[in-house]
Design a binder for this molecule. Structure first.
Ligand code: PEP
Length: 254
């Protein structure tokens, strides 16, 4: 049976790589993409701010989209060190990750802040990759579904649609640890997210909106995760830094 949604394979390079590293990695992905007729997936790479412009040049025309890892909610002004969605659009970005757990934890980002950022992203006609996910303590306490529901409700932009939002379910305890929930646990959370999206946006829109899984997705577990009915791609950290691994994950989409 064909997939109801075209998978999105998103690479979050985090704070890794100097200019030459980013351009080299982008070039390797472009070469792999060139050798592939009719890929069964969309691909986006989200480099550090410092290399976005050069990576954008390296991937131009390849079919690989450009993204960023964060933005400020405001368009411009006195926000030292911040970058706006307008600036990212100006560089050619089409996607912006908002609410990654490392931003929530290290920078105190609340659902309200994440929602404001997501609204800034969609107002520039970019797509927000809105990250949500429980901590290990929350899972151990049996609160996973409640946490995910609350984060989703609090973080989605007002005018969310399948065209401007992708949700990424990323259990915090699975990020960078080599651990993942079981396939059934992942599907349970993704089904809940889709049901909540249907309540908020209507069943048709929810059926079109992509929900990614993130957290230690690797070539050896990608096939099973990407085959789950409500998993529409991956947000990949560590494995996105090696072109062969990232490509192998993408090729796991059937
Ligand atoms: C992430 O940080 O979004 C992530 C999924 O990281 P990793 O793949 O390394 O777990």
């Amino acid at each position: 049976m064909p997939r109801p949604r075209r998978p999105l394979i998103a690479g979050n390079w985090k704070m890794n790589g100097l200019l030459s590293d980013g351009v080299t990695l982008a070039g390797e992905l472009v070469a792999l993409m060139k050798g592939r007729l009719n890929p069964a997936f969309d691909m986006v790479v989200c480099p550090p701010f410092t290399v976005i412009a050069d990576v954008g040049k390296a991937i131009a025309g390849s079919g690989i989209a450009l993204g960023a890892q964060d933005c400020h909610a405001a368009e411009k002004g006195a926000h030292t060190g911040d970058i706006s969605a307008v600036m990212l659009a100006d560089l050619g970005c089409r996607f912006v990750i908002v609410g990654h757990s490392e931003r929530r934890t290290n920078h105190g980002e609340t659902d309200a802040i994440v929602k404001a950022k997501a609204e800034a992203v969609v107002s520039r006609r970019l797509t927000a990759i809105v990250c949500i996910g429980e901590t290990e303590a929350e899972r151990d306490a049996g609160n996973t579904l409640d946490v995910v529901k609350a984060q989703l409700a609090g973080s989605l932009p007002g005018k969310a649609s399948a065209a401007n939002v992708v949700v990424a379910y990323e259990p915090v305890w699975a990020i960078g640890t080599g651990r993942t929930p079981s396939d059934d646990e992942v599907q349970e959370v993704h089904a809940l997210i889709r049901a909540r999206l249907a309540d908020a946006l209507g069943a048709e829109e929810a059926a079109r909106l992509r929900v990614l899984y993130g957290g230690s997705m690797k070539p050896d577990n990608a096939h099973a995760l990407l085959a789950l009915p409500d998993v529409d791609g991956g947000l990949i950290g560590g494995a996105s830094l090696k072109s062969r691994d990232f490509w192998a994950i993408a090729e796991s989409c059937l």
